[in-house]
Design a protein around this ligand. Sequence first.
Ligand code: CUA
Length: 327
Amino acid sequence: MYKNVPIIPLAVIGIVVAAITAGQALLIDWLPPADSVEAGRTFTLLWFLFWCSVVFFVIVTSVLIYAVWKWRVKDDDLEDGPPTHGNTTLEVVWTVIPSILLIVVAVYGYIVLERNEAVAADRVEIDVYAQQFMWTYGYPDTGIESGDLVLPVNTQAQLNLRARDVIHDFWVPQFGIKGDAVPGITHTIWITPNKTGTYPVVCAELCGVGHSVMRSKVTVVTEPEYKAWLAKSAAKVKATAAAGAAAAKLENAPGDVAAGQTVFEAKCGGCHAELGKKAGVGPAIVGSKLSTDEIRTQIKNGKGAMPGGLVSGTDLADVVAFVESIK
Ligand code: CUA
């Protein structure tokens, strides 16, 4: 039954097609280096699928090329081909082999997914906030908010992805994991980087005009370096909070009206003429209905043409007391 199979020409065509296909497969840099445990598993699965595809591509294409070459109709041949009956053996073979392969691929894919999403007890958890067009990383229980992501090597990181406006997509190509950040929900992904270094974080979801510049970086460091970075960043957060609290305490303290008048003349009188009784460039202050808090906020932040931040600390408390005294 198979003695008519043209083994030699098919083999020659097969070798040529296989060489061309394998060349494409091997010469092109399809994937970045796998620098996370998950990427290692995913990329191996991908290569398995790829080489299965290559094998079947070579078989099908070789038979096709041989058939086109061997049984091409003559130019003047307008006849239908001879009727043929099915080949049961062949049909069973081309049904059973792909079925087995599909089951293998499904099981293998499931195992990879299951392992990649197994949550480790000693993981670090980080909140990732996406917004047009930047990434912010929050470290729970530390108050740290950073524009760059820092991760310890060989430790699973759980990233809680959240979006502040539209849908974004967190992607580090070398980590082999991508995750959508969707407004209103928290989407969790797990990454275990296994090599120190710096990698780009890319937004992989068209999210507006600034989509292409929505980048940040992730630095993978050793465990001691990570601990040191956490401690340093936490100390910085504490210092900033303390400085803010100290400044707020000075600003909110009861001010001195006379001292406030001196500051007012120096800093405010140019626009709010005649001690604020008559309007200069700025509006008159006498008759103002603003509350003390509103006055303080307006001086701090500015309003309209008036710049904020002209006075701060004790000076601010004094000016507020003075303005309060004449309003
Ligand atoms: Cu965010 Cu694209």
